[in-house]
Structure formats: structure tokens, C-alpha cells
Design a binder for this molecule. Structure first.
Ligand code: AMP
Length: 233
């Protein structure tokens, strides 16, 4: 895709802030990685940042642990502090693709205020839309190699020997919060605040909805086309 980065909305103090919204399993992470490569922007995923904090055994990780294990949202004050620090880091100087944050209107207002203080704003909010039952099936089928981190999926991207990593033969695992009962609980808790965040940005007229049931490359294309069109408008 050429043309990304052009146009009046593309440069706010040279920074592009894009937001990807979608419930667990909608493919936000996959699309964020593709967009990050295409647009040269850092991918900031709040869930990954919290999991990293847990692995590091940091104080932040310990504060977030119980909420994450229950599939609950981490309280806004903890989340906002953590995310703003990452957004202010040099890695995000050209801008960022935000994935998983903001997830509540309070977080969205805190983000908007911080950006406004720097003469910036969110350029576009991309909502990846997928029906709930498909989301549960998608997430519950995920597996990961605990040794090398290679992701698999029981339908489509299954390992050649069931249950074992193709690279190193390690037995594959399911993340605790990917079990279908936990996924349903996460969706039940997360969909309502997510819709409120979308309404918040709908009022600013910057939301674009993409059909997340399309094949992955088609979703990527739809997103990048929209960003180019929006920048050219
Ligand atoms: P994810 O990988 O995006 O599903 O996030 C994993 C977990 O991290 C969530 O279930 C929450 O407990 C926590 N989390 C991630 N992002 C946020 C956020 N913006 N606000 C509150 N909690 C979050």
C-alpha cells in the first residue's frame, strides 16, 4: 500500500495515532502486526504489555494479575498510567497503533486529553466486527507453544502432529484465559464497555467498521484502504 501517511490527517506533530477496536478473537492483534509493518508504526497492545509485566514480576504485573486471571478489566487508574507511559516512550515518537486500549470511556477520555495536550488526536478508529459465537470458537481453538511462542489454531493452523509444536515438539498449551468458559465471561464483561468506547468515537465521526469475518488479508486490505482514503479526503 502506498500513500499511507499522506494528507492532512496524517501528520499531527508528525505522529499518527490509530486505534483498533474489537472483542477478544476479532483478529485485532493479527491486523495490528500487519498495519505496524505496513505503516512503520509501533504496535502497543495493552494485553501484551500486562502479560509482559506479569512475566517480569513487576509491581504493575502483580497489581494486574488477579483481574487478568478472572478475565476482568484491570482498573482504569492502573491501565491508564501504564499505557500513557508506553505512548510517551521514544518507540512511539512517529505514532502508534493502539490495540486493546482504550477499553472504557474513562480510558478514552484520559487518552483524548493527553493527546490534545500535545496537539494530537486519534486519526481513525477501526472497529473489527465479528459475531459472538464465531469469536468463542476462534479463541477456544487457539494453542501456543510454551517454549518458542509459535501460535497454532485447531482449525486451519493445526500442528502436523496433534498437540505438539512443529518446531521443537513441545506439547502445546491453551492460555488459561482462552478457555471457552473464560472467553464467554470475558466477552460478556468486555463488549458493553467496548460499545461505549465506539459510541464515544462515533460522536467524533472517526470510526470505520470492517467485516472481521473476511479472510485475514482482505481485512488488512480493507483497513489500509480506509486509512489511505481517509488521509486523502
Ligand atoms: P487482551 O490480551 O487484550 O485480551 O488482554 C488481556 C487482559 O489484560 C484483559 O482480560 C484485561 O484483564 C487486561 N487488559 C488489557 N487491556 C486492558 C484495558 N485497556 N483495560 C483494562 N484491562 C485491560
Amino acid at each position: 500500500m502506498t500513500g499511507a501517511g499522506r494528507g492532512p490527517t496524517a501528520s499531527q506533530n508528525g505522529r499518527r495515532i490509530l486505534l483498533l477496536v474489537g472483542p477478544v478473537g476479532a483478529g485485532k492483534g493479527t491486523q495490528a502486526v500487519a498495519m505496524s509493518a505496513e505503516l512503520g508504526l509501533v504496535h502497543l497492545a495493552s494485553g501484551n504489555l500486562f502479560r509482559q509485566a506479569l512475566r517480569d514480576g513487576s509491581e504493575l504485573g502483580e497489581r494486574a494479575r488477579a483481574y487478568m486471571e478472572r478475565g476482568d478489566l484491570v482498573p482504569d487508574d492502573i491501565t491508564i498510567g501504564m499505557f500513557m507511559e508506553k505512548l510517551a516512550a521514544p518507540a512511539a515518537s512517529k505514532g502508534a497503533i493502539l490495540d486493546g486500549f482504550p477499553r472504557t470511556v474513562t480510558q478514552a477520555q484520559a487518552l483524548d486529553a493527553t493527546l490534545a495536550g500535545r496537539g494530537q488526536r486519534i486519526e481513525r478508529v477501526i472497529s473489527i466486527e465479528v459475531p459472538i459465537e464465531e469469536l468463542v470458537a476462534r479463541v477456544a481453538g487457539r494453542r501456543v507453544c510454551p517454549a518458542c511462542g509459535t501460535p497454532y489454531h485447531l482449525s486451519g493452523e493445526a500442528p502436523s502432529i496433534p498437540g505438539l509444536c512443529d518446531r521443537d515438539g513441545t506439547p502445546l498449551m491453551q492460555r488459561d484465559d482462552d478457555r471457552s468458559d473464560v472467553v464467554r465471561a470475558r466477552l460478556a464483561k468486555q463488549v458493553a464497555p467496548m460499545l461505549e468506547v465506539l459510541e464515544h468515537y462515533d460522536r467524533a465521526g472517526i470510526v470505520h467498521r470492517v467485516d472481521g469475518t473476511l479472510p485475514i488479508p482482505a481485512v488488512t486490505r480493507a483497513i489500509l484502504d480506509e486509512l489511505t482514503d481517509a488521509a486523502d479526503r
